[in-house]
Design a protein around this ligand. Structure first.
Ligand SMILES: NC(=O)c1ccc[n+]([C@@H]2O[C@H](COP(=O)([O-])OP(=O)(O)OC[C@H]3O[C@@H](n4cnc5c(N)ncnc54)[C@H](OP(=O)(O)O)[C@@H]3O)[C@@H](O)[C@H]2O)c1
Length: 357
């Protein structure tokens, strides 16, 4: 089968014939139908982001697949079903701290993580992939879905929606989505609207992407980020109704933590900030304000099957409208072009690899 092959972090990567995948015990083999190419994919492969890639490997994150084979000890998935294959794989300990790897993407650096990566090494930038059954969520009715190239957006929706759920979003609340002009951010805005937010304040730098978000719904207000904490705090606060109930922070790595802190500054009494983005700095939290205003600062990472299924059900029922999402599609032989496009696209425009012609 054809796949992208990365010999070592930093590259080079090539499209070539790679050993065909076979179903592993406890696993599900899929024909890869569509994979979102994240904006920072080139930086992952070049080693710029320091991801723990178990080279040599076929890289690639969460994907949509059609089940081709199922191990004889797997009972919840059937051949022919369209499924979401979550790259998040956990060692699943009840006690202690589990290791969580992203199959085909990164690990934690521990010995156990390395053993998990050894077993479940390869990702989705190929014609076929094999995932542990625990990572696979069937999407009922997706076989007849008219636009399969939109299905990988479910992963972004599930990550964003998992963050909103972690923050306890209730209908009628005011949500700030920080980094709304990015892929997770666009998904966060759509998910918050679908979950009944009374107001969604979308922040970002790209004016065009902000304008597109404003067109989505009268409940969406936009704030261009200046990078100045106080200015941004005031601008965000002015678009809320006396402060935000919930901040969903999905911003990429930024030179300072000021955009995130500006959003935390705009929380109201007992508000919650959920950190989901790619910021790698330490963050200096306002101790007194968190104490007096009884704020909650928490994190959210990836998503579980329940969340994936819930967002699919919202989409399928028409409660979450995917029509504003634009998929820019590429074949495996256009992998480099897909990475370039991914780096320049924003918000509800995203790059999708369709490995099978
Ligand atoms: N927690 C999780 O489970 C999880 C899962 C996947 C990804 N992530 C992380 O989430 C982050 C976002 O992912 P994505 O796919 O949405 O990326 P993306 O599409 O590239 O979006 C990045 C966002 O960050 C903003 N941004 C970038 N540099 C900035 C700067 N210097 N100042 C202010 N804003 C800046 C962008 O604003 P403009 O476009 O307007 O410039 C955009 O809104 C990534 O860094 C990734 O590591 C987390």
């Amino acid at each position: 089968m054809l796949g992208v092959w990365l010999e070592e972090p930093g590259g080079p990567w090539t499209l070539r014939e790679v050993a065909d995948r076979k179903v592993l015990p406890g696993g599900v083999l899929v024909d890869v139908l569509a994979v979102r190419v994240p904006s920072y994919t080139r930086d992952v492969l070049t080693g710029e982001l320091g991801y723990d890639l178990p080279t040599p490997l076929v890289p690639g994150p969460t994907c949509i697949g059609r089940v081709r084979d199922v191990a004889d000890d797997v009972f919840g998935v059937a051949v022919g079903e369209v499924v979401l294959c979550n790259s998040l794989y956990s060692s699943g300990e009840v006690l202690g701290s589990p290791d969580e790897i992203l199959i085909g993407w990164t690990g934690t650096g521990s010995d156990r993580s390395a053993r998990m990566q050894q077993r479940w090494r390869h990702g989705s930038f190929a014609e076929r992939a094999c995932y542990p059954a625990a990572c696979v969520t069937p999407l009922p009715g997706a076989e007849e879905w008219a636009r399969p190239e939109l299905l990988p957006f479910l992963a972004s929706l599930a990550i964003a929606d998992g963050g909103l759920r972690r923050g306890g979003l209730r209908g009628g609340q005011c949500v700030v989505v920080n980094g709304a002009t990015g892929n997770l951010g666009g998904a966060g805005v759509l998910a918050a609207l679908a979950r009944g937010a009374a107001r969604v304040v979308a922040t970002g730098r790209r004016q065009e992407a902000l304008a597109a978000l404003r067109q989505l719904d009268p409940r969406v207000r936009v704030v261009p980020l200046s990078g100045d904490r106080l200015l941004d705090r005031d601008a965000i606060h002015a678009e809320t109704d006396a402060g935000a109930d919930l901040v969903l922070d999905v911003i990429a790595h930024t030179p300072t933590t000021d955009p995130t802190l500006a959003c935390i500054d705009a929380l109201r009494l007992r508000g919650t900030a959920v950190l989901v983005g790619g910021v790698r700095h330490e963050i200096a939290l306002p101790y007194q304000r968190i104490q007096r205003q009884q704020l909650t600062i928490t994190g959210s990472f990836m998503f579980d099957s329940t969340t994936a299924l819930q967002v699919w059900q919202l989409v399928r029922a028409g409660a979450l409208d995917l029509s504003p999402v634009r998929a820019h599609t590429f074949g495996l032989d256009e992998f480099d072009a897909a990475m370039d496009a991914a780096a320049s696209l924003s918000g509800l425009d995203y790059a999708v690899l369709l490995p099978r012609p």
